[in-house]
Design a protein around this ligand. Structure first.
Ligand code: ADP
Length: 303
């Protein structure tokens, strides 16, 4: 880590990777074997957060959040309940705008542009920055219509059958549902519903996918499928995931931000506030974190 929360990336090049130019393999825990990431530089940031604070009805929930989120990388936000992970991820596609009393301050640049600038239409921003939630939330419609909904509303050009097939293929669902596209999405398993929600998000061609605890309602097999899908999607999308499952963060993410929740020294009522403790390459966070609070959390000494 360096002082301004830009990240110094230390990657170990494997002998079999040395011919791949900019592709390197991070030397990490066994769960991450074969996990390849390109070089990271600050210019590849898709989001740049500077001194971000979110308050609900005047009470700050997270404060002093400064870090970059890199393009085509999976970034995990971890930390104990209440430290502000969901609050923060909602800042990245302006979902907090929809929560009465929520106020976001500081700066969030998206591809170098102020995401909260006066000229930015939050609805447009959410088309580029999609979101998948904890509980799968398909529409009460057919599988086909779930996927086609966004492209139809947006008037996207092209053959709708092809758009639907492409999204379902990207969502690793096509082979399972191609013969029942007209069936109601509620007839799918929970894991399939969550992949449908991811495919629905992909259908409108975002460049970022935000995932807030996407597997917490799923069984281990469905969770594994979503994790595999995330690793495939990383080729073309930037993904931010909130997870309480540290093994999941270690398995899928390239970068990890660890947050904690402290008593707010500015609050006479002893209110609590979330802060970022450490942000670094996932391997480092889980093996040699810089801060003892991170170590205590990732080793399970504190919840
Ligand atoms: P995490 O995702 O890490 O569990 P949250 O972002 O859900 O943390 O919550 C951080 C803090 O913000 C908590 O104190 C929580 O009570 C508060 N908070 C979250 N959402 C709201 C909301 N819609 N209205 C008021 N307070 C909220």
């Amino acid at each position: 880590m360096v002082g301004d929360n830009k990240v110094e990336i230390s990657v170990t090049q494997q002998p079999d990777q040395q011919e791949r130019g900019s592709q390197r393999t991070v030397d990490v825990a066994p769960a991450m074997a074969g996990h390849t990431v390109p070089d990271l530089t600050p210019t590849e940031a898709v989001f740049e957060l500077k001194d971000v604070e979110v308050a609900y009805s005047g009470k700050p929930a997270v404060r002093e959040i400064t870090f970059d989120i890199f393009k085509e990388r999976i970034t995990a936000l971890i930390g104990p309940s209440g430290c502000g992970k969901s609050t923060l991820i909602r800042c990245l596609n302006r979902m907090n705008d929809l929560i009465p009393g929520a106020v976001v301050s500081g700066t969030i640049l998206y591809h170098g542009e102020d995401l909260y600038g006066a000229h930015v239409d939050p609805v447009q921003a959410r088309k580029r920055i999609g979101m998948v939630f904890q509980k799968p939330n398909p529409f009460p419609k057919s599988i086909y219509d779930n996927i086609a909904f966004g492209p139809r509303v947006l008037g996207m050009k092209g053959d709708m059958d092809e758009i639907v097939e492409r999204a379902l293929r990207r969502g690793a669902l096509w082979d399972e549902v191609k013969d029942r596209l007209k069936s109601n999405a509620f007839g799918m398993s929970g894991g399939q519903q969550q992949r449908l929600c991811i495919a629905r998000c992909l259908a409108i061609e975002p460049d970022v996918i935000l995932m807030d605890e996407p597997c917490s309602a799923l069984d281990p097999i469905s969770t594994g499928r979503i994790e595999d899908l995330m690793l495939e999607l990383r080729e073309n999308y930037s993904i931010v995931i909130v997870t309480h499952n540290m093994q999941q963060a270690a398995r899928v993410s390239d970068m990890t931000a660890f947050f904690t929740v402290d008593v707010d020294s500015d609050d006479d009522d002893g209110g609590r506030i979330g802060r970022m403790v450490e942000y670094d390459v996932t391997e480092k966070i889980f093996t040699t974190p810089s801060d003892e609070r991170t170590e205590a959390y990732v080793t399970g000494k504190v919840g």
